[in-house]
Ligand binder design. Sequence first.
Ligand code: SPV
Ligand code: MG
Length: 433
Amino acid sequence: MKTVYVAMSADFIHPGHINIIGEAKKLGEVIVGLLTDEAIATYKRLPVLNYNQRKRIVESIVGVKIVIPQETLDYTPNLRKLKPNYVVHGTDWRSGVQQNVRKKVIAVLNEWGGKLIEPESTPNLSTDQLIRDSLGIGTTPEARIKKLRKLLELKSIVRILEAHNGLGGLIIEKTKLLENDAVREFDGMWISSLTDSTAKGKPDTGCVDVTSRMQTINDILEVTTKPIIVDGDNGGLTEHFVFTVKTLERHGISAIIIEDKIGAKRNSLFGTDVEQTQDSIEAFSEKINAGKQAQATQDFMIFARIESLILKKGIDDALKRASAYIKAGADGIMIHSKEKEPKEIIEFCSKFKKMETIVPLVVVPSTYNQMTEEELIDAGVSIVIYANQLLRSAYPAMVKTAESILKNHRCKEASEHFCMPIKDIITLIPGGK
Ligand code: SPV
Ligand code: MG
């Protein structure tokens, strides 16, 4: 009996899968290489169903002999192990994201004279299209809130970018880049107090209240499906914080990060240039604990943000606080630094790794921005937040346009040099016609 290898994610089973398995069955015994959750999350997107759920479905398809895990998008390790006579895949991978994976499959099969068989793909049916359609439908608070925990479980680093309006949210939702056969995209959004207030023309001093922040959040929620982390400043009074937790949770926000400071709110990146006071370990622990007691689900997370490095209190103080905040119930720790060099962050991370209880570690590399995600992973970081880049890039572009109109007494030059075409802007958001 010949052996036939078919790889799939099988997250959205459709008749196309059944056709491929039907064709494979005609050639011999069908082995399905089912992409693991980690593989789907790393190379594609967050899977909707987990591996065991998908395995049960695929195993029950007529013609499937056995289902084994495929741990990368690359078929090579499984193919070399199994040396199948055939690999079967629809023609749709001849172009687009998977064309290099396909080339590699052909080359590896050649090593033992195996053959690639490509039945015509079922027209108008692809998982990607099904996912795009479901994006149009949107998501529910319950489904969205869980996504951050799932990402933390499956990805070596969760990549978050700041959004301060619906358009920014859409950019984060949709921007994708193909690199080494994998799709790179952002995993979720950060609702920064700095950019939310700056976009409203106000300083980052807490003068934009929770109600106004919720309006921004709602605009973003309406047009996106990815998980959201909210910058909660210091959470306010403990008796108010519990209401903020409930409000965010009800809206499907996955996490809030609160910082251990008290008194007049000043942005951390001012460091010691302005007066900033750190909260006591006891009072801040109590706030974390009250927040954890207030949430209605197991899904919502409260991250404690430690300002010891910002306030020049040293790494030992930061570690002592991390340990206390974790004991108080913090689901994660954010360590902040405004140094240009990552030395203190790296030292904190290496000592944090050795702590008794480990929770996800979050960093915001706005100043030590030379650090790559790979280096952050090595340091033990679980979430990287790019906290302000969309606003910081939009602002100079807008100023340039305004100056060009003043300079030229007309908008022709600005239109030609700095603006997207009118046709593109009116159709930028589908559904406007
Ligand atoms: C924000 O984005 O509002 C933050 C991060 O809190 S920072 O501005 O670096 O303090
Ligand atoms: Mg902030």
